[in-house]
Structures are given as structure tokens and as C-alpha cells.
Design a protein around this ligand. Structure first.
Ligand code: G3H
Ligand code: ZN
Length: 305
């Protein structure tokens, strides 16, 4: 089916007390692994590309791959810009057909974040495209962050209420204890902070840096409005595990298809696990969508000749 926006998808998730997985992709095999998982689980899915992914694959190329993948299946797929850090990037993605945007002004002074987020929502809403914003800051493990840094960067509930009212953003990335790019699931969310923000703000929340969050902790946050859970690093780990496995099994292989098929399968299994964990498995039927018509089979997509 054609791409859908994240608006209704996330509102349905809040209502149903589950979260939609938002999975980052950089190449065709990652996209196929993610879509295959969503089809196998009959789950709504958000496929997101970062600015780095856009630099790597090219904007039109990335958009075209995700649109094609969505067209071939009957589960709802969103194409989302992840961490767009300027106004122009958001406009370019809107023009390329993205059905969900993010303006990340978390590194800016508050008033600048409010001003640019508001400009993005104003134009995106004209054409029905929802916008995620970020308040507080989800830090990066590669910046050697301390526990104190994470605490100081957390979203402030009262500030969040005012920010959402002023910017009219559709969803809010909240900083509540997760850290980007962690390679093990060691982070605990501050559930009391999630609850406190929920008391002030009723739009869907987005959890960033989720590869590093203990799954039980993420699950605890879902009833308090966390409806979109972003996963990137874990999928990169899965992808490279697949490459290593392929090369270990066939050290002399030179056909990339025979290596990358392992990567696509690893990504698919990792995404299926997350979809089941977040409770979005089977939610397409529950939401009244048709059952899947197509799964990318190995024979169709990967079996090298
Ligand atoms: O925006 C992307 C996510 O927040 C992914 O974070 O790489 O730690 O899973 P992660
Ligand atoms: Zn993020």
C-alpha cells in the first residue's frame, strides 16, 4: 500500500498501549529486512532515515527504495526523517515524499528550538505531514557521557507542556535516561520522569537511543505514552553479524548477494523480536487493515543464482 503518515499510527499505539518500532535503514537489504519483519508480524512499521543515511544513499534513492518496499506489501509503512537538524532538510524530505518529519533542535537554545520547530510544523501541516520534535537531549555514548550528564539533559515536564503548545508538534522525543549508540542493553529509563511529562503533555512520545535500553524498562514506559521506539545501533550490529557469519561460512565467497542475504535475515529477526516486544505484532489486523499479501521470499529477493 502507499506510504502512510505517522499521525494516526502513533495515536492508535497510544490508545492501544503498544509502541511502533521505528527502525533505521541505510541500504536496500536493511529496508527489506525491516519490511519483511513487519509483514511477518502483521505490524505497522516506521522506516526512518537519518541525515547520515541520506548522505550515504542519496535522498531520492532512499525515498524511492522505501516507497517501493511499502507499495509491495499490505502493512502500513511510514517513511520518517530521523534527527533532521535544520529547516531545509525537512523541506527537502517533504518534497521527496517523506510521510513523517523530525526537526531536532535539542542542541539549540530553547527559543531557537521553538522557532524552527514551529516553522517546520507550520508548513508540514499544510500538506498533512506530522512532525516530531525533541526537547531535552538524548546524548550519545560515544561522547563519554556520565550519569550526571544524562540526568541534566532530561526533558523538563513543565517546559515540555509549553513547548508542545507553542510548536504544535505531533510527537515529542523525550530524554528520560536512554543514550544513543549503546551496544548493550544496560540503560534504565527514569519512569517517574516519563510519568511526570505525561501529566503535562498528551501527544505521543518517542524513545530515542533504544538499542541501549533494557527491554523491561522500555515496556514500563509504554503505558505513559511512549508510542514510537527508535532502534538503529542494534540493527547495524545485526547487519554486520550477518556479514561476519556469511564470510565465516564461506571465506572465499566473492558474490556479495551470498554474504548480504545473511545480513538481511539477521536484521529481519532482530526487528521481529523488537516488534513482538513492543506489542505492535498483529496490530494491523486489529486496526482494520487487510492481511498481508506479500512477503519478500528468499527466492525472490536473495537467492543468488
Ligand atoms: O534516532 C535513532 C535512534 O534514537 C536510535 O538510537 O542507535 O541507540 O538505537 P540507537
Ligand atoms: Zn535518536
Amino acid at each position: 500500500m502507499p506510504l502512510v503518515t505517522s499521525k494516526e499510527m502513533l495515536l492508535a499505539a497510544v490508545e492501544g498501549h503498544y509502541a511502533v518500532g521505528a527502525f533505521n535503514a541505510n541500504n536496500m537489504e536493511q529496508i527489506q529486512g525491516i519490511i519483511n519483519a513487519a509483514v511477518a508480524e502483521n505490524a505497522p512499521v516506521i522506516l526512518q532515515v537519518s541525515q547520515g543515511a541520506i548522505r550515504y544513499a542519496g535522498l531520492e534513492f532512499a525515498a524511492a527504495m522505501v516507497k517501493t518496499a511499502a507499495d509491495l506489501v499490505n502493512v502500513p509503512v511510514v517513511l520518517h526523517l530521523d534527527h533532521g537538524t535544520d529547516f531545509d532538510q525537512n523541506v527537502r524530505c517533504m518534497r521527496a515524499g517523506f510521510t513523517s518529519l523530525m526537526f531536532d533542535g535539542s542542541a539549540l537554545p530553547l527559543e531557537e528550538n521553538v522557532a524552527i520547530t514551529s516553522r517546520v510544523t507550520e508548513i508540514a501541516h499544510i500538506v498533512g505531514v506530522p512532525v516530531e520534535a525533541e526537547l531535552g537531549k538524548v546524548l550519545k555514548s560515544t561522547d563519554n557521557v556520565t550519569e550526571e550528564d544524562v540526568l541534566n539533559a532530561m526533558t523538563k515536564p513543565e517546559e515540555a507542556r509549553e513547548f508542545v503548545e507553542r510548536t504544535k508538534c505531533d510527537s515529542l522525543a523525550i530524554a528520560v535516561g536512554s543514550v544513543h549508540a549503546m551496544r548493550s542493553q544496560a540503560a534504565e529509563l527514569n519512569i517517574e520522569r516519563v510519568k511526570a511529562i505525561r501529566q503535562m503533555v498528551d501527544i505521543p512520545f518517542v524513545l530515542h537511543g533504544s538499542s541501549g535500553v533494557r527491554e523491561e524498562s522500555a515496556l514500563e514506559a509504554i503505558p505513559y505514552g511512549v508510542a514510537k521506539i527508535n532502534v538503529a545501533t542494534l540493527l547495524n550490529q545485526a547487519f554486520t553479524t550477518g556479514i561476519k557469519r556469511g564470510l565465516a561460512e564461506s571465506p572465499d565467497e566473492v558474490d556479495p548477494r551470498k554474504i548480504l542475504i545473511h545480513s538481511r535475515d539477521e536484521v529481519m529477526e532482530a526487528v521481529r523480536h523488537k516488534i513482538r516486544t513492543f506489542g505492535s505484532s498483529g496490530q494491523v489486523t486489529a486496526a482494520g487493515y487487510r492481511t498481508p499479501k506479500k512477503v519478500f521470499s528468499k527466492a525472490e529477493l536473495g537467492e543468488a543464482e
